[in-house]
Design a protein around this ligand. Structure first.
Ligand SMILES: Cc1ncc(COP(=O)(O)O)c(C=O)c1O
Length: 377
């Protein structure tokens, strides 16, 4: 028998209680029942996003929320500063290109984080930039960006800060209001612990001021419409009701645990993973700025990275992620986000050891599990 484990950085496992809630009969969304449910979800989303501002829910994957952030604040020809250190920095570039937004790119070496001083200098050089875009966790590299520092820098200018926290939210700390982040994008299938299909976007007062004048084309992702409905605990279009029912359950779990404890749990799991990985002589891809959500590991020389990811999935039932683009075959990524506890990390490390052993990598078997176990104590 093979037991399946989902340890890729999204979709992540869904708690059984949420699965059961989502299995209940469907009901209509233009009803007091939905408004009550959605009103509660919206209040709980504010807790998860650490904001007093609205958090809009879109029926889309996370990319929809990213697209919404741009098309509702920008006009063709406007300038965006985009920090690009991986696949999801690139996603911002792609969205800008699709809407004829001028991009000032800050390229960042994969596996490293942007130096906030560089962003400050770019903003001085381009005082007409309307937005600065950054990931919180760059999922393709496992890098965590110092959003607090960026918030302080951008707040001194007329620009707004848009943060893609799709994989980082509820795993890495992000304090939307305290750190002056104008728009934070989230996705359902990561540490919020429900299936793919919802995108979230918080909207600050400063961001709202851009919305009136933004001329980029849009229909579905119209924030003016969404905010109007939001004020009545409603959505402009048919919501993904089932996912919102599941989200009600998982947000309750998050709030019951407490945001500080949720972040601390992720920090502990990430630290144990890194400790275990290093104990068998492997190197981290983002050693100086690792995220709590996902750990990227360099594939040792002479080991076939693609074969490793395939073997651990097909033989051990553990789905992890390999590298993308320039990191393809060179790294593997172990997620520890959302519905994850100590023993998930130990399972992932034990399987990593076994597959590396089978592929001929030489190390002391058991060392990574031992080191992680100690780190978890
Ligand atoms: C940081 C980040 N941004 C954006 C996305 C894209 O989200 P989605 O695939 O939900 O559209 C992902 C998904 O992995 C992500 O991790």
């Amino acid at each position: 028998m093979k037991k399946e484990y989902l340890m890729a950085p999204g979709p992540s496992p869904v708690p059984p209680a949420a699965l059961l809630d989502m299995a209940q009969p469907i009901f209509h969304h233009r009803t007091p029942r939905f408004k009550t449910l959605f009103g509660q979800v919206n209040e709980m989303l504010k807790v998860a996003f650490r904001t007093a501002n609205p958090v809009i829910t879109f029926t889309s994957s996370g990319t929809g929320a990213l697209e919404a952030s741009m098309v509702n604040t920008m006009s063709p020809g406007d300038k965006a500063i985009v920090i690009n250190g991986g696949k999801f920095g690139e996603r911002f570039l792609d969205i800008c290109n699709a809407y004829c937004i001028n991009v000032v790119e800050i390229p960042v070496e994969w596996g490293t984080a942007v130096d906030p001083a560089v962003v400050e200098a770019k903003l001085k050089e381009h005082p007409d930039a309307k937005v600065v875009c950054s990931t919180l966790c760059e999922t393709s590299t496992g890098v965590l960006t110092d959003i607090k520092a960026l918030g302080a820098i951008v707040a001194k200018t007329d620009a707004i800060l848009i943060c893609d926290a799709i994989s980082g939210l509820a795993a890495d700390d992000i304090r939307t209001d305290e750190w002056q982040v104008d728009m934070v994008a989230g996705g359902s299938q990561k540490a919020l612990m429900i299936p793919p299909g919802l995108g979230f976007l918080s909207v600050s007062e400063k961001a709202k001021k851009l919305i009136d004048n933004a001329k980029c084309q849009k229909f579905y992702f119209n924030l003016k419409k969404a905010l109007k409905s939001y004020a009545e605990s409603d959505t402009p279009w048919t919501p993904a009701l089932t996912l919102i029912v599941g989200l009600h359950r998982t947000l309750n779990m998050i709030i019951e645990e407490g945001m500080d404890n949720v972040i601390a749990r992720h920090a502990k799991l990430a630290n144990a993973t890194r400790t275990g990985i290093k104990a068998i002589g492997l190197d981290l891809y983002a050693p100086t700025c690792p995220s709590n959500a996902v750990t990227a590991v360099k594939v040792p020389e002479k080991i076939d990275g693609l074969a490793f990811v395939k073997k651990i999935r097909d033989e051990k039932g553990i789905t992890i992620a390999g590298g993308q683009s320039q990191a393809k075959g060179k790294i593997f990524r172990l997620a520890h986000m959302g519905y994850a506890v100590d023993y998930d990390v130990l399972t992932a490390l034990a399987a990593t050891e076994k597959v590396l052993y089978d592929l001929g990598f030489s190390f002391e078997i058991g060392e990574s599990v031992k080191a992680a176990q100690k780190a978890l104590l």
